[in-house]
Design a protein around this ligand. Structure first.
Ligand code: ATP
Length: 407
């Protein structure tokens, strides 16, 4: 995937209608936005376009919209909050059709620097999610140029992410990426394709099956691959160890063996837990009190469950991070939702916070853990897209990135 993409800095947008795909998929409770991070993250690109005299037309999805258009998944609360953040009016087109007469009229009335927000793109159902040509063209008809700044949706070939660019190109318009997308491409792309070495990749989380391609791809790119979390037990079992009631993907034992052989062949270090924190059973509730014990990885009793990396493993992983120049981390080292089982995840997060290496957190639970622990500003980059960053780490082409013009 070519990563040298045209950005908002490469465009001349004065007087032009620019359609910007944002990620305004914010959490809502009783119609109120409970976390405005995604709105704040979109501001630099929007402000740049306003200051350059563009007519800024914003679009985004919100929620899953399983039962068709509805007020609960309207972007109205986003329009209000965005207007406060920008300090200027955001003209919200509430029409469930997203494009069409109301949108066309609102855009026709725009002056340079004005902002219009279209309704939730998923209100168009499969036309959006199946990359429908008609909806793609209708979106493109509203604009002269297109900017994708929705990294969290860039792994999906949806009309507002991918399809629209074809029709913008057809009329000679430019397709670029915004600052948010650019930052993700720079950090994730450089880490995977051109890392400063030693490059250490840390993978955790629940299941091996969810991260097969990530393990395979990162093994090729990194110098050391560290495995923790629930997925480590499938590797341990594949090495012939007793793992008790720990989480195991029995169908992936051969895969794990293959990966261990591959590491050896490539001369890569593949680090697995040498000890583990065990308990009688999974905590219920997940953050409830629990009695634990640390045992060597090959000494897990048949009736116990491994729920975090052990203290020796935490030290070993932290040491591996110390000598790294680039670190990518995705997935917690244990059931970090429980304070007694968060030690391994905290130790890894702390080692990343303390190193001078470029540190990249690949979204999802590890991003939540880093934020929760107050280490967020110590990381070089925390990806805004869990699924999208995982696909990036798998080496897959992201439709939203591919669709942007090359420089
Ligand atoms: P996301 O999918 O949101 O990007 P992620 O990739 O960071 O998240 P997941 O694969 O979803 O991670 O796994 C996270 C979950 O794995 C957490 O809820 C955690 O409690 C669980 N987990 C971690 N270690 C273990 C373990 N040893 N046994 C069981 N569950 C575990």
């Amino acid at each position: 995937m070519g990563l040298n993409k045209k950005s908002v800095d490469d465009m001349n947008v004065k007087g032009k209608r620019v359609l910007v795909r944002c990620d305004f998929n914010v959490p809502l409770k009783n119609g109120e936005i409970t976390d405005e991070t995604r709105i704040v993250a979109a501001l630099p690109t929007i402000n740049k376009l306003i200051n350059d005299g563009a007519k800024v037309i914003l679009c985004s999805h919100l929620g899953k919209v399983k039962e068709g258009p509805n007020e609960k998944e309207s972007l109205a609360p986003v329009a209000k909050r965005l207007s406060e953040k920008l300090g200027k009016e955001v003209n919200f087109v509430a029409d469930y059709n997203v494009t069409g007469e109301a949108a066309t009229a609102a855009v026709a009335a725009m002056n340079e620097g004005d902002v219009v927000l279209l309704q939730n793109t998923r209100f168009r159902g499969k036309e959006e999610t199946k990359n429908g040509e008609e909806f793609s063209k209708e979106l493109a008809d509203l604009a002269d140029a297109y900017v994708c700044d929705a990294f969290g949706s860039s792994h999906r070939a949806h009309a507002s992410v991918a399809g629209v660019t074809k029709f913008i190109s057809e009329k000679g318009g430019e397709n670029a990426v915004g600052y948010l997308m650019q930052k993700e491409i720079d950090f994730l792309g450089n880490a995977v394709e051109n890392p400063v070495r030693p490059f250490v990749a840390i993978l955790g989380g629940a299941k091996v099956a969810d991260k097969l391609n990530v393990i395979n791809n990162l093994l090729e790119k990194c110098d050391t691959l560290i495995i923790g979390g629930g997925m480590a037990f499938t590797f341990l079992k594949a090495k012939g160890m007793e793992v008790g009631n720990s989480l195991v993907d029995n169908e992936k034992l051969d895969y794990c063996k293959e990966m261990m052989e591959k590491a050896e062949k490539l001369g890569k270090k593949l680090l697995l837990p040498v000890d583990t924190t065990i308990a009688d059973h999974f905590p219920d509730p997940i953050d409830g009190p629990i009695d634990v014990q640390v045992v060597a990885a090959d000494q897990i009793p048949a009736d116990k469950e491994g729920l975090d990396i052990g203290t020796e493993t935490a030290k070993m992983y932290a040491d591996a991070v110390k000598s790294a120049k680039t670190v990518v981390w995705n997935g917690p080292m244990g059931v970090f939702e429980n304070p007694t089982l968060a030690a391994g995840t905290i130790a890894v997060a702390k080692s990343l916070a303390e190193t001078d290496a470029t540190t990249i957190i690949g979204g999802g639970d590890s991003a939540a853990a880093v934020n929760q622990l107050g280490f967020a500003d110590k990381m070089s980059h925390i990806s805004t897209g869990g699924g999208a960053s995982l696909e990036f780490l798998e080496g897959k082409e992201l439709p939203g990135v591919v669709a942007a013009d090359d420089k």
